[in-house]
Design a protein around this ligand. Sequence first.
Ligand SMILES: [Zn+2]
Length: 301
Amino acid sequence: MEFGNYLYEPKKVEGFDFDVYRLKPETGRRGTPQSDMWNNIAVFGDNVSGRAHPEWISESARGRGVRGNNQYNLHWDILCPTVQEFRAEQLDYIEKTAEETNQPIFLNSWHFADHGHCTCDRCNKLWKKSGLDWFEWRNQTITDFIKDVKDRVKTKLVLAVLPDPANADQRFGMDHKELYKLCDAFNIVMFSQNYATSWYWEMIARAFRRIFPEKPVYSNLYVCGPGDDPNNCPPVEQLIRVSVRVMRTGIDGIIYLADVADNMVKFQKAVTTKGEYRDSLSDYGGQAALDLFNRWDKIVK
Ligand SMILES: [Zn+2]
């Protein structure tokens, strides 16, 4: 079991087994690669590159892959994955980050924007030339990108998967079977501003345990994000309960996301004040999460 601290600033937090830095989040801004943290890179979700090259934005019959297109749930601008220039630049960037830091590479947004993407001229030409079915072509396009990443990265390669175990192939071009062969670990992005109904999150964790049976699978839980009103972040008891509930599915750990280290420590402190609530979950079968919280009792003041 392993538990991670995942921040938008390069700071480690005591009480975790590993720390992750959002080196290049979907805003597209690039920080400094860290040599004692995993480095997280969002690939095709990239506002900076989308602004500089609007012609690289992913296209569909329901509009472009940009924030404000409410046909989709897009929180950032998403580029077409077949722009050779951008693809090559990202591969170089990923390789250089791994080489410089010797740390795991953790990728987000490495897939198509969603169903119906991308219908740009370039994608259409490549698809027709391939002779493949549309969905097969999309899967192959993404798998080939991850293969290229794997060839370049000698450290551990961790892939963030979206919380859709059933339709990720037709929506995002994610071929779980092929990706399972290529990558070393998987992080299920389970971000939510509340975890009132833990049943669904537990179900998703269980599904991915089955899809990726032998390699590490982490559940990615949301403590708070940049610019969040604390009143709109998940209540601590919900975070405690969902942690216990996902850990009983047999996954390998949880990666907690916060904007900054101070807010992660605040979360840890809040957990230490909930001894009685934690005790009430002692027979739920998610002891690994309770053990993590017990560790925090000893170090958080
Ligand atoms: Zn395209």
